[in-house]
Design a binder for this molecule. Structure first.
Ligand SMILES: Cc1cc2nc3c(=O)[nH]c(=O)nc-3n(C[C@H](O)[C@H](O)[C@H](O)COP(=O)(O)O)c2cc1C
Length: 217
């Protein structure tokens, strides 16, 4: 997986530098697999990603974060409205200060083994807000988040999509000063957060219910 991650990291970097110009169309006879051993790096990356809830202490390198963010904003989105607003926080004062507010209202949270902060212990957090005036904005934001988490994983960066902390920040008056610091424009609402960091665990895959997906003739 290491060499795959390096390769994908290089790819993303080239993409960021080159402004993500379109790749040449694939030959139909080779499009199912793209490596000599019959594996496909993109599919392998998608299937091996897991939500990470234990991280090493150091924040994600900002150059690496920039690549991840660039992958995010290149997600497909309705009418290319880019109906998201994205904020990145790797300042421990922000993360720990907000966590203290959270702990006051949820004292049991700190009893979890290995608890460091309310963002599943991550040192870098991305906050995603959607445009309330556009009916497909939540889809746009979800696709942006998916791109970020998968590109991160391709470079060895773990992540966890988080709805709980976003709900707390929007619902709790005590968190208002932190929400304000995110400086989202009028009409935008914090939808979810994404924890990012260097993984300190390798969780097993959670089972998926394939019966929920089927072809209709
Ligand atoms: C919209 C959304 C909200 C989520 N909220 C939380 C959360 O608040 N806390 C948490 O630990 N994980 C959260 N998750 C992560 C899911 O629990 C996780 O993706 C799911 O269990 C599947 O596991 P996997 O990502 O390892 O495949 C959320 C995921 C999504 C997509």
């Amino acid at each position: 997986m290491k060499s795959l991650k390096k390769m994908m990291g290089g790819l993303c970097l080239m993409c960021a530098v080159a402004g993500c110009s379109a790749p040449a169309a694939k030959d139909a006879t080779t499009s199912e697999t793209n490596t000599k051993d019959g594996t496909n790096a993109v599919i392998e990356n998608i299937l091996s990603r897991r939500s990470i809830r234990k991280y090493l202490p150091q924040a994600v390198n900002r150059d690496t974060m920039q690549i991840i963010l660039n992958c995010g904003i290149n997600a497909p989105n309705g009418q290319n409205k880019q109906s998201w607003e994205v904020r990145v926080v790797d300042n421990p004062d922000f993360i720990n200060g907000l966590t203290e507010v959270y702990k006051k209202e949820n004292p049991q949270a700190a009893n979890e083994p290995g608890f460091k902060n309310m963002f599943r212990n991550a040192p870098t957090v991305v906050f995603v807000a959607n445009d309330g005036a556009y009916d497909f904005s939540q889809v746009d934001c979800g696709l942006l988040g998916g791109n970020m988490m998968l590109s991160a994983w391709s470079m060895g960066i773990g992540s966890c999509c988080l709805g709980g902390p976003a709900r707390f920040m929007t619902d709790s008056p005590a968190a208002a000063e932190y929400l304000k610091k995110l400086d989202f424009p009028e009409g935008y609402k914090l939808l979810f957060c994404i924890a990012f960091g260097y993984p300190d665990e390798t969780p097993a895959a959670k089972p998926r219910n394939a019966a929920k997906v089927r072809f209709i003739e």
